[in-house]
Design a protein around this ligand. Sequence first.
Ligand code: S3P
Length: 433
Amino acid sequence: MSSYRVAPANQVQGRVRVPGDKSISHRSVMLGGIADGRTEVTGFLASADCLATLEAFRAMGVQVDRHDETSLTVHGRGLHGLSAPRTVLDMGNAGTAIRLSMGLLAGQRFESVLTGDESLRSRPMERVARPLREMGADILTTDGKPPVTVRPAARLQGIDYALPMASAQVKSAILLAGLYAEGQTVVTEPAPTRDHTERMLRGFGLAVQSNGPRIQLAGGQRLQGTRVAVPGDISSAAFFLVAGCLAGKDGYVVENVGVNPTRTGILDILRLMGADLTLHPRASQGGEPVADIELRRSQLRGIAVPESLVPLAIDELPVLFIAAAGAQGETVFTGAEELRVKESDRLAVMAEGLARTGVPHELARDGIRIQGGHRLQAAEIQSHGDHRIAMAFTVASLLADGELTIRDVENVGTSFPGFAQTARSCGLAVGEA
Ligand code: S3P
């Protein structure tokens, strides 16, 4: 198992560029695969997670030509053109791949079995299976988890479903099943979540209505192949955004970041904490707003993070805990119980790492209270195979007095291939062992 050894650093500088957005990359292959005609994707994230989606769609008969690392052509098979895979579909570490595929596969005329790695096989799937069954889908989970078997359904019927939790994956799975359902499918969200599925469906020519928390589409609409330019992933940028707040030299910029308002909770939270950050807008890509983000070292202060921002920053919370450790005073996160069912139990695993580095904190069922303003001590940190935990503690080296050894970091490649190199390029002292 590989590790990072990260020596203390006190400045980040220059211009940083992060790879393509993971959520958008998954969706580009899925929607491209069921569209009529070709879809040209640029800026694709060639990470283990998105490649799992790509291979799964290849296994269902979709030809995908890879021109280079980040550009590809998806030869769509049309709404009813996928074919039965010959093997189990292995989605690796990717929650988005398995959950969105469950929705899409619910409407196919063949049986498929979906599974993943140990982490994915411990994650809840009934949150998707249940509403899909209400639509008429025939889905079996294994004690609520993968492997998941999706059998052909006699027919799917549109539903009007109130999501019990703020989850873009559940919302998206229902909307994708809705493409194969009779009548209208309506999903109501308890709080806004990332809307990449809705935006991309529109990009493929579909009518999708969003009316406040209600999202609606009619079944049977056909997708037209299109171009998808994937912007940089704000969830990958997050590590360098927090690094910039803690230690950015004048002129430090994180370039080409997707700033869809359903993803920018991190910017709002950092601003509330006193961050000096400026957005320089660029032309939009793939129906998504994009900006360069300039940051300077700022004295952050502790805040009570508004719960409404939590779903808009859900994947960025681990590194925001590191920002909180560097802030003056106490930062309180609540309403974040969804963190317990991510690639790891991110509340427990972050608390364990904070304890090892000597950061005073108090863990709660749905959040954490962190006392900032202390230097971090040298420690060995177990990431529990969670990419975002490993990257968050790499950034913590800007607050540390000694070396941080971060264990079990191979899954960084599920979302951010080349992370250690990018981190070194701006001044973090990451060694790989
Ligand atoms: C994602 C939605 C979020 C997020 C995940 C990607 C998506 O999950 O944590 O990394 O692409 O729709 P939930 O829908 O479970 O909150």
